[in-house]
Design a protein around this ligand. Structure first.
Ligand code: PZK
Length: 282
């Protein structure tokens, strides 16, 4: 097993397989708030997000093939919070679907009236529901840098118009399925980020994590109120607590008290249970 990549809250390893090399995607219990990783882990967060992704891969198998090889054939030290997956030739864009206005999309809309070249009507505000979900890809920029919006034409110029059309259709269909399932259980999926690659046979394949609170904005539907920043389904307690301490949002972040850890863990469990309709137990 060779370590090949570290993200803020995840790692990638290479592992030998019968037919070459597989990748091991490992999710940690680390949580980042305002782009800073907290010193205190959230127990089971890595497993909850990994198992939610695995559940979505199954749910979406009729839409698109995925990179999953096994969620159980992983080293014991990573049990539950890692997946073994096929190495793909990755598409060099993040495929983002947005149904609501937030984050970098909101900033781009306020500056230009469009997101990734998709024109939007005037008068939208932070948290607004969009007239329809839109495909707003970004280029992947190396660690530290920020992703930059890409237009559909830029994606098409790089990967071909046929592939770009497939990426857009798949991304919007996956968003539609995710948003519908979450909405039925009181959760708004404001947006979601997907990664695709090509399998050795050339087929477009869904990779990475899917429709998790780390790859998407989940909002409690009951608290949705356009015109102000929305409450994050998963991180709101820990964000509010961090703000209440007077922390300046620069590293290092303060240690998180046990009651805030427990409340945050409960939100990840609730998201998993509401979306999958199954009970989380460890
Ligand atoms: C790949 N990432 C992002 C994911 C991290 C970082 N099947 C694949 N084949 C080749 N490359 C990737 C994948 C996938 N998935 C994904 N970077 C490369 C990423 C998980 C943890 F730290």
């Amino acid at each position: 097993m060779r370590h090949v990549y570290s993200g803020k809250v995840r790692e990638i390893y290479e592992v030998d397989a019968d037919d070459g090399t597989d990748l091991l995607l490992v999710a940690s219990d680390r949580v980042s708030v305002y782009d800073v990783v907290l010193p205190t882990p959230i127990p089971d967060k890595g497993a909850l997000l990994t198992q939610l992704s695995v559940w979505w891969f199954g749910e979406l198998a009729d839409v698109v093939p995925n990179h999953l090889v096994s969620a159980t054939d992983v080293p014991a030290e990573f049990a539950g919070r890692a997946v073994r997956c096929r190495r793909l030739d990755m598409i060099p864009f993040e495929c983002i679907a947005r149904g609501y206005l937030a984050g970098s999309g909101l900033r781009e809309y306020l500056a230009t009236g469009a997101i990734s070249g998709v024109q939007l009507p005037p008068g939208l505000v932070e948290g607004s529901r969009l007239p329809q979900p839109i495909f707003t890809p970004t280029t992947k920029v190396s660690a530290g840098g920020h992703d930059a919006p890409a237009t559909f034409a830029q994606v098409a110029a790089e990967v071909g118009v046929e592939t770009a059309e497939s990426l857009r259709a798949l991304t919007l269909e996956i968003y539609r399925r995710g948003a519908q399932r979450a909405a039925a259980n009181g959760i708004i999926v404001a947006d979601t980020k997907l990664e695709f690659g090509r399998a050795p046979d050339g087929g477009l394949t869904l990779a990475d994590e899917v429709l998790t609170p780390d790859s998407s904005r989940f909002w409690p539907a009951a608290e949705w109120a356009p015109g102000r920043p929305q409450h994050a389904y998963d991180k709101q307690f820990v964000r509010d607590w961090a703000t209440s301490t007077g922390w300046d949002k620069k590293p290092p972040a303060p240690e998180v008290p046990a009651d805030v850890v427990a409340a945050t863990r409960a939100r990840y469990v609730a998201a998993y249970e509401k979306i999958t309709g199954t009970v989380w137990r460890t």
